[in-house]
Ligand binder design. Structure first.
Ligand SMILES: [Zn+2]
Length: 437
């Protein structure tokens, strides 16, 4: 061991010297890319801007503007046939968990823990992460159902370049009332829930859970304000303890909350965002808007509902029935926007729809469109707003200093939203993932 360490030390010195020597001879221009971008999406203002170029150096955007000069040796890529956007962000994914429409959370969750296991889950998660990148998502916030911090490991592997994938912001196991989201588990096997969720027992334990997670590398604390389909709730004292400790440690908190009561309690505690909010009163939406609590509406579009029904083997219901099922969620999205709640895009996609998971997740943007959200606002929800919620302002915008996470679509999504299905160019961290020269 010792001799290896010495050898590594010598190698380190040698490579440091040679890098310096190379830098002194000629600057490395291979990392400079000039995108003749044409039409680009200004996510801050929510508008398209024509005739723009984007200069990328060492993974960052150096300049954006008309007729930028190409640095000698820069790679020039013509994207003027496409519409150029910041890379998309999905603020609610589950890379480590995929459920067939014939299963439920208990069956799927127990299968994942006992028959699949962490190594296989992680390998599959890595493959799914790649489908997101190919679909134009350059960053994801992955929110639990990951076993014991396998999400942290995957984030590290992608970050160091061992695997292709979007940037990951991860939560570790979600903090939940007893039972997690596994309804119907008999008492003698109750401990299983604790393998997939961090079960919280009182305010002191809640505080400990936050410290454990941050110590293990979590970027965000995911909590289950309610653990629907189980009947539990985190108490006000537990919620307060979690938010207080997370503030001290500088990590955001996001709350799974499907019912009005749990949404209200979590908003009152000061979480950064509410996930789902399927049933929510106007007064609670007003509280969220006043407190600056974002909403991540993890909604299905009509195509996903049809795919789900088809794969579950049920008889296809009439169109009106599907619309009637979807309308309450659309209506609450309209109410949330009317109250001034910030909407951030997140799919919560964990269903096997028979298409690559990145494509399945993207349907959430179409769900927002079906609810009447303007296309420009949807793009903002999936770029700059998601970046702000995640807490990385260098994402979600095409501006000097930002990460060079950039995609190109065939068509303009403000005129034809289906352009989002036609991702023809993906760059992450200044490196071309697909669609290059
Ligand atoms: Zn979820």
């Amino acid at each position: 061991m010792k001799s290896l360490a010495v050898a590594a030390g010598i190698l380190g010195v040698v490579s440091a010297v040679s890098t310096t020597a190379a830098a002194q001879v000629t600057p490395d221009s291979s990392a400079v890319v000039l995108l003749r971008a044409g039409k680009i999406f200004d996510s801050e203002r929510g508008v398209m801007v024509p005739d723009q170029d984007v200069l990328v150096r060492d993974g960052r955007i150096e300049a954006v503007g008309a007729d930028l000069a190409a640095t000698p040796g820069a790679t020039v890529i013509d994207l003027r046939g496409l519409t150029v956007l910041p890379g998309l962000i999905d603020a609610h994914t589950h890379l480590f968990y995929l459920e067939h429409p014939r299963e439920d959370l208990s069956l799927g969750g127990i299968k994942a823990l006992i028959l699949e296991g962490t190594p296989l889950r992680t390998l599959r998660a890595a493959a799914r992460a790649r489908t997101f990148l190919e679909a134009g998502f350059t960053a994801l916030r992955d929110l639990g159902n990951v076993g014991p911090y396998a999400d942290v490991a995957l984030r590290t592997a992608i970050e160091e370049g061992s695997l292709p994938g979007p940037r990951l912001f991860v939560s570790g196991p979600g903090l939940s009332p007893p039972g997690g989201q596994f309804p119907g588990i008999v008492w003698e096997h109750n401990a299983l829930a604790g393998e997939e969720y961090r079960i919280v027992r009182g305010p002191d334990d809640a505080r400990q859970a936050v410290i454990e997670h941050v110590t293990q590398g979590a970027d965000v604390i995911k909590i289950y304000a309610d653990n629907d389909p189980n009947p539990g709730y985190l108490s006000m004292q537990e919620l307060d303890a979690i938010v207080a400790e997370a503030r001290v440690l500088g990590v955001p908190v996001t709350a799974h909350a499907t019912h009005d009561r749990s949404i209200r309690l979590a908003a009152r505690a000061g979480v950064d965002a509410i996930e789902h909010a399927y049933e929510v009163a106007d007064s609670t939406l007003a509280l969220m808007a006043a407190q600056g609590v974002a909403l991540v509406p993890t909604d299905l579009d009509s195509l996903s509902v049809f795919r789900y029904i088809e794969r579950s083997g049920q008889e296809m219901p009439p169109w009106e029935e599907v619309e009637a099922f979807l309308e309450p969620r659309r209506e609450r999205l309209r109410r949330a926007r009317a109250h001034g709640v910030t909407i951030v895009a997140g799919s919560d996609n964990y269903i096997d729809f028979g298409v690559p998971q990145g494509e399945a997740a993207k349907r959430v943007l179409f769900a927002y469109l079906e609810a009447g959200m303007p296309a420009a606002e949807i793009l903002q929800a999936a770029t700059i707003r998601a970046a702000r919620l995640i807490g990385d302002e260098d994402l979600g915008a095409l501006r000097p200093g930002a990460h060079a996470d950039i995609i190109g679509l065939e068509g303009d999504p403000l005129e034809d939203f289906t352009a989002l299905e036609r991702v023809r160019f993906v760059m992450k961290d200044g490196e071309i993932v697909s669609g290059g020269p």
